[in-house]
Design a protein around this ligand. Structure first.
Ligand code: DAO
Ligand code: DAO
Length: 204
């Protein structure tokens, strides 16, 4: 019942099911080049979504299609744009992460996506999200951060199970998920696995 899946490079484990109903679609690794020299492993991540919500969304949108027809639909895209509940769980691997570097990385990675999907004027939204990251928080190795997209495009953030805030924004939800399952993801193998798992979820 408490099955886990282990990320091979870091040895970090993810539960196969989260919040009773969200199944693990795939896992990956967020690496970052520092000083243009070496890559550090920052965190391992797992992407979760509710099987039943996916199935009902897909049957509503596409009706009854054959397996091969469904394979040609971009279900991953649907997952990013629809109101299906999705959780991205991050488990910190890098032991010296400061809140300042999180904010900087965030402005870079997420800031980029906000521009891509929403145009230029996103300062306020970015600010609203990063203001949740208080200087006094500590995120040592082993910390678990859950980024949950909930009904109504609410993005809820929790550290080690404790909620630190929520922001309602379809653009922000879309931009965060794009880091993991979009066109230019942090870990392309993870994204491939997730695409396959989504097809098998809806065709079984
Ligand atoms: O110590 O300057 C350094 C390197 C820090 C790299 C920071 C990457 C941060 C990635 C975002 C983490 C989100 C939890
Ligand atoms: O990896 O570049 C990235 C961005 C990841 C999004 C991370 C959100 C992290 C929220 C952490 C709050 C810590 C106080």
């Amino acid at each position: 019942p408490n099955a886990v899946v282990t990320e091979s490079k870091t040895g970090v484990s993810f539960p196969a099911v989260l919040k009773d109903s969200q199944g693990l679609l795939g896992i990956g690794l967020r690496r970052k080049a520092v000083f243009g020299l070496k890559n550090i492993d920052v965190y391992a991540f797992g992407v979760y979504a509710d099987d039943n919500e996916i199935k009902s969304f897909v049957s509503e949108k596409y009706g009854t299609l054959s397996t091969s027809e469904l394979k040609n639909k971009d279900i991953t895209q649907d997952l990013m744009e629809s109101d299906i509940s999705v959780t991205v769980r991050l488990q910190i691997v890098y032991g010296k992460l400061s809140i300042r570097s999180v904010r900087n990385a965030f402005e870079d990675s997420v800031g980029n996506r906000l521009k891509k999907f929403g145009g230029s004027d996103n300062k306020e939204l970015l600010q609203k999200f990063t203001s949740q990251f208080r200087d006094e928080y500590k995120i040592p190795r082993g910390s678990i951060i859950d980024l949950s997209k909930e009904k109504g495009y609410v993005l809820r953030t929790a550290i080690d199970g404790k909620e630190i805030g929520s922001v309602e924004s379809q653009l922000l939800c879309r931009s965060i998920l794009d880091l993991y399952i979009g066109d230019d993801p942090f870990d392309s193998k993870a994204k491939e696995d997730i695409d396959l798992k989504l097809v098998s979820t809806i065709t079984k």
